[in-house]
Design a protein around this ligand. Structure first.
Ligand code: ADP
Ligand code: F6P
Length: 496
């Protein structure tokens, strides 16, 4: 068995088993923010990634991917239903996203959540070498840090939450709230996307567990657990280089032709999720078409919505509603050979996504609530000529960083329509000024800066950071929102 000094534990592995047209099994990168963030970062690093390979039954033995060892954890059909689709995605996911859909509570789901967290913890304990860093990701695995600490007190354990952490009044609804908080406190460092999330967590720990807590430090069992905000990012340079490739530029030109050479292309790229505000966006677009403010002749909307969590009822209902609405809008406003909306549900490779970003004059990213939203960052990175308007929801984590976007409240239909029109008709100089500022921000705050700030705070002695982020001088590592300081002496990781 291979042992590693860095172990990443996430519900999903960065590959998925899917059936090719000829019936063979093929492996590919899965759509989703977590994999998009971590995969480029860990590539060519001697690390082990512990996660689920996407099916049920015995865990497959997988080849290394770009030098990263893949350790699959098996899920039974019951685990899939009660842990992944149940507790993770029908209890925690809606609750953490402002309860925009009703969270469900079932005791059977909680049992599965405990069982699966234990199985992942055992797998991580097996592959971690003595004193290793184990970096646990996301809401599927809240209990894992506590379980792992009990099994392997020698480890340095980090936990990072990719989704929002809700305000106390929502979290308090959870029947097993104390156990979830305790589980997370097994970590040495707990990272959130936003300062507000760290604040919510500290308040809850003080209230539910009566532990001494500030927005930066929590005392538990004679240990100090540090908390802070570390906004996740993308491989900015990689996306920019991809978008600048001649074949991608040519593909973008061809796409514009295929779209009928409209004056304006609006693009949205989402997982099919009720948090993404797809229905609100379609309603706004439909009203603009009805009022004549937008004309099919000169403007098209390309909506990419890749299906997600397809067996969960709320996701099935959403897909039906979105597809019915797209059909209605196209029927009512489209013309022969000129649909109002180009609707695509396929997963695309990175080059095709980059070409789509390049062809989009306006990118509409309008979630009702989103931990970060890397799609918005990818669009900015791909606009290598500083053109393109980003229409961005105030409720996406990205909005805290990309404040030069055209910001909208997606719950306010009139505001959403006005924002879309403003982005469509903005003066080129204004668009460029905003895009330049956002691009400059992302060049500095890319995925490596994120990993450096998090891992240098977790692994205070620093060697891991140097190894992970090649070509980096660990002495110059900084923590977001903090004055520059050495990686070896980060006292307060919080951005707040
Ligand atoms: P989430 O984590 O909720 O899925 P993000 O916007 O943070 O949302 O991340 C989505 C990631 O999935 C991005 O990296 C994006 O490029 C990728 N993605 C979204 N749609 C597709 C698609 N149709 N094909 C391939 N990748 C996709
Ligand atoms: O960002 C939240 C998240 O659950 C990630 O963990 C994951 O990358 C993405 O959404 C996709 O979700 P799933 O793994 O359920 O397909």
């Amino acid at each position: 068995m291979r042992h590693s000094s860095l172990v990443v534990v996430a519900n999903r592995l960065p590959i998925d088993d899917s059936i090719a047209p000829d019936g063979a099994c093929e492996w590919r990168r899965t759509p989703g923010g977590l994999v998009s963030a971590l995969h480029p970062l860990l590539r060519h690093t001697p690390a082990t990634w512990v996660g689920w390979a996407g099916g049920t039954g015995p865990a497959p033995t997988l080849p290394d991917v770009d030098g990263v060892h893949m350790r699959a954890v098996p899920l039974t059909a019951e685990d899939l239903r009660d842990h992944y689709e149940g507790f993770a995605n029908s209890t925690l996911w809606p609750l953490y996203h402002d309860a925009v859909e009703q969270p469900e509570h079932h005791r059977r789901w909680w049992e599965a959540y405990q069982r699966v967290n234990r199985r992942f913890a055992e797998a991580a304990a097996e592959v971690a070498e003595p004193g290793a860093v184990v970096w646990v990701q996301d809401y599927h695995l809240h209990l894992l840090p506590g379980l792992l600490r009990a099994m392997r007190p020698d480890l340095r354990i980090g936990f990072f939450l990719h989704v929002p952490f809700p305000p106390p009044e929502l979290f308090m609804q959870l029947p097993r709230r104390a156990e979830l908080l305790r589980g997370m406190l097994g970590a040495d460092l707990i990272g959130f996307q936003r300062v507000q999330a760290a604040h919510n967590f500290a308040q809850l720990v003080a209230k539910v567990l009566s532990l001494p807590a500030t927005d930066r430090r929590i005392g538990v069992d004679g240990r100090v657990v540090r908390i802070g905000a570390f906004p996740v990012s993308i491989d900015t340079a990689e996306m920019a280089a991809l978008a600048a490739r001649p074949d991608v530029a040519a593909r973008a030109q061809r796409l514009r032709q295929d779209l009928g050479r409209p004056e304006r292309v609006i693009l949205s790229v989402d997982r099919m999720d009720y948090t993404k505000g797809i229905e609100q966006r379609l309603k706004a677009y439909s009203e603009l078409l009805a009022s004549g403010h937008v004309k099919v002749r000169d403007t098209v909307l390309v909506q990419v919505a890749v299906p997600s969590r397809e067996r969960v009822g709320q996701y099935q209902i959403l897909r039906e509603r979105v597809e019915r609405e797209v059909g209605r809008i196209n029927g009512e406003f489209g013309r022969v050979g000129e649909p109002a909306i180009h609707y695509l549900t396929q997963p695309f490779d990175r080059a095709e996504l980059a070409a789509l970003y390049r062809v989009a004059d306006v990118m509409a990213v309008t979630p009702l609530r989103d931990g970060m939203n890397l799609v918005a960052k990818e669009y900015v990175a791909a606009r290598v000529d500083d053109t393109g308007a980003l229409l961005l929801s105030e409720f996406a984590g990205t909005a805290a960083e990309l404040s030069q976007a055209y910001l909208v409240n997606p719950h306010d239909l009139e505001g959403l329509k006005e924002g879309l029109l403003a982005a469509l008709h903005a003066a080129p100089a204004d668009v460029s000024r905003r895009m330049r500022a956002m691009r400059a921000h992302l060049h500095e705050h890319d995925i490596r800066a994120w990993a450096r700030s998090y891992l240098s705070a977790l692994d205070e002695t620093g060697p891991l950071v140097r190894r992970l982020v090649s070509g980096t001088d660990a002495a110059s590592i900084t923590v977001p929102g903090q004055p520059d300081r050495s990686a070896t002496r980060v006292e307060h990781p919080s951005g707040g």
